[in-house]
Design a protein around this ligand. Structure first.
Ligand code: PEP
Length: 258
């Protein structure tokens, strides 16, 4: 059994006070939802404000990035231990906005996945093709490469702590979501690759989420696909009512059997 998982990514929005208000609003509205895991990946500067707000609500705290070293002379960077001390359970790794705007490479993504696992955090590894790759028929090849490189050296026993988010770059923040069928196809590619690298059993323990312009109006298309274990939501997670409609409108209705 894989528990459905809905993650909000607040990107570079919210001051600490705004974040605490938004988190409180989400948890009030979600009160009583069972059988689904929900996490909020908030800006570093809001972790200390949101952590206490979420305590005891069942909603998990997440960060949006981490450095790959345990500590050191890396001005401006944040380590797994710092995140863990603030109560984080999850951390996004390799988000397309980090790859695109900050030049993050597959190798760095791998080091970050390793650091997260070493530090007891659960990485949410983002992978997805650019529009040019899609148009050239390279989606599957890009996904296989990203998964191979990101998970190099990760022991099979740790794979259950990893979530993969399929986020086609052309769909993130554009209002152009992938079709549920295309998402399911990409998810199959990801799961087969996990099976090739690790084992069938290990691959079935990994939740694979879809991310890219998910809204309350399109979420049911994704929750209707057995390959899709949940969603990673950016823009629509910044409005509590929309985010909660996404949680309630999708996986609240069905269990996922792995
Ligand atoms: C994201 O930030 O991971 C994301 C999927 O953004 P959006 O939902 O806005 O496309």
């Amino acid at each position: 059994m894989r528990t459905p998982f809905i993650v909000g990514n607040w990107k570079m929005f919210t001051t600490p006070a705004e974040a605490a208000d938004l988190a409180a609003d989400v948890s009030r509205r979600l009160n009583g939802i069972l059988g689904i895991e929900v996490a909020l990946a908030v800006p570093y500067t809001s972790l200390a404000a949101v952590g206490p707000t979420l305590r005891g609500t069942g909603i998990e705290l997440g960060a949006q990035d981490l450095h790959w070293e345990d500590q050191g002379p890396y001005t401006g960077a944040i380590s797994h231990a710092m995140l863990e001390a603030l109560g984080c359970r999850y951390v996004l790794v390799g988000h397309s906005e980090r790859r695109e705007h900050f030049g993050e490479t597959d190798h760095q993504v791998n080091l970050k996945v390793r650091a997260a696992i070493r530090g007891g955090l659960r990485p949410i590894l983002c992978a997805g093709e650019k529009e040019g790759d899609r148009n050239a028929g390279r989606t599957r090849a890009v996904l296989r490469r990203q998964i191979d490189r990101a998970l190099e050296g990760i022991p099979a026993g740790s794979l259950g702590h990893v979530t993969v988010a399929y986020e086609p770059v052309w769909a993130v923040g554009t209002g152009r979501a992938a079709s549920p069928g295309d998402a399911a196809d990409a998810h199959q590619t990801i799961r087969r690759q996990l099976e090739r690298i690790f084992s069938r059993e290990a691959s079935r323990s990994v939740r694979v989420l879809y991310g890219g312009s998910v809204t309350p109006d399109n979420v049911q298309g994704f929750s209707g696909e057995p390959e899709v274990d949940g969603v990673l939501v950016g823009g629509a997670s910044l409005k509590a009512s929309d985010f909660v409609r996404i949680v309630q409108g999708g996986w609240a209705r069905r269990p996922i059997v792995g």
